[in-house]
Ligand binder design. Sequence first.
Ligand code: AMP
Length: 580
Amino acid sequence: MEFATFAGYAREAEDATADHAIREHVTGLLRAAGPDLPVAARYVQGRVFPAHDSTKLDVGPALCYAAIAKAAGRNVDADDVEARVAEVGDVGEAAASYDFGAQQGLAAFTGGSGEEAGGDPLTVAGVDADLSELAAAEGAGSENTKRDVLFGLFNRAGPDEARYLGRLVLGEMRIGVGRGTVRDAVAEAFDVPVEAVERALQVTNDHGEVAVVARESGAAGLADLGLEVGRPVDAMLAQAGSVSEALGDWGSAAVEWKYDGARVQVHYDGEDVAVFSRNTEDVTDPLPEVVEFVERALDAPAILDGEVVAVADDGSPLPFQEILRRFRRKHDVAQAREDVAVEFHAFDCLHAGVSESSSDSGAGETESRSGEDLLDAPLTERHECLRAVLSDSVQGAVADRTISDDPEEIEAVEAAALDAGHEGIMLKNPEAVYTPGRRGKNWRKRKPDVETLDLVVTGAEWGEGRRATLLGTFLLAARSEAGSTDDGFETIGKVATGITDEKLEALTDLLEPHVRSQDGADLDIDPAVVFEVGYEEIQPSPTYSSGYALRFPRFLGVRDDKDPADADSVERVERLADRQ
Ligand code: AMP
């Protein structure tokens, strides 16, 4: 396909306003692309390389403007191009405004350095070959090589070609075509279900490959696509959520620490290790600790999901910026490692391979495709696989997982995570499959308490069994500015979680002198002691006299510094409820 034809489709998509019209132009492009289908499917999204490929063009505006200036002729320099970009607001528009055609002879004269030198029209394949050459240039002189390759391309570009070339090179395609448009267009162009395309994209992260398979082998071919060790998939993401929502939806939740670090996906093909960041960038070299971990931990190919955390000498997590600094470190990694150590915590297993010793001669399958993809297995099974693939010596690196339906137990996990300096907890649906790139409800990061309330204790209940001599549940009340009840306090809920036995003893001692009356295990208590209480939500409720109830209330501490008269009022509760 000529690059001008590609540019024509891009132009039509850009000029269209309705989503379906944009999709139709992309569909037309994909149908017409022939052997250039994989490249066209990427370029139309402004991607030069597949999403799983961390190769970068590494062309900044200055270099691009210099190449455009050179192609534009003797009277134009990079500053002029920059000024024009500022004036028209876009590199594509600026590039299109120069009359590169006049310079056509120059490319032949200078030889150009790229595939596309000469007077023939630019082709999609030729542009792609040149951009690959450009991306491969490194070391001394690479800037010149890059500029020459770009010059060779711009020099032969008509206005529309220049427009989309400039934008493509700077990663600013902006024609309203994203991942979803291409997915839908592939489905339409080759008559396959959208869901099949979506799934294939999730496992391959490669629009080009998926488009070709859809065209050549249809839905069955797409269904056959699987994970490939060495090729990162998008990470499954979490929504903010609460314990009560999670337990309400699933009955019980898998609870894990939310480590305060950065996400990584670790690929081991039986020989080499590759570590990818959340945006699928290759961060293997800056993280030798993870490579060493894999060497100790795995004896068969696998893909693991987890978090790397920068740690201080005493093992406590360091601020998030420290791990980012390690990610970016290209030189003196050994020194960086001495300054800040990194720990890897694995929490998922996406692929478990077969070790060489246990696999037969690998009939038909390549090494990286043998073994089992686990994306469609429930979380509990993936976690078992994770434990099974890791050697005994590294089991401590597996994220602890508690499956629980008990808010108190979940609270204890959260307290331990916070005590260890981490962010809190993740709540995961034990039955859920792994959905790459999705921020669904099956993984929830527990929302931190936004506001706390200072509430007066007006009642309590004795505990049971082992705790029969301790107060176990506390009735809480807000101050009533309107003063509708005798003592001026309106009940709002009970708190029983977040309190250790030790604290219960102290609270029992603190409250006993204020007991007004007792009825069975229930005590009436004079307003005297103020608790700071966290909660997930305030709900209207007929159960309590304030008209509100707290969801998942948790004891945070005694406010020794506050009298009941300083406690939060029902009016404040009302305002907080309205703001939710
Ligand atoms: P956030 O970045 O706030 O959206 O939270 C989600 C992120 O928490 C994930 O992308 C991971 O990097 C991180 N995380 C830490 N611990 C876990 C865990 N046990 N399970 C899943 N994600 C975790």
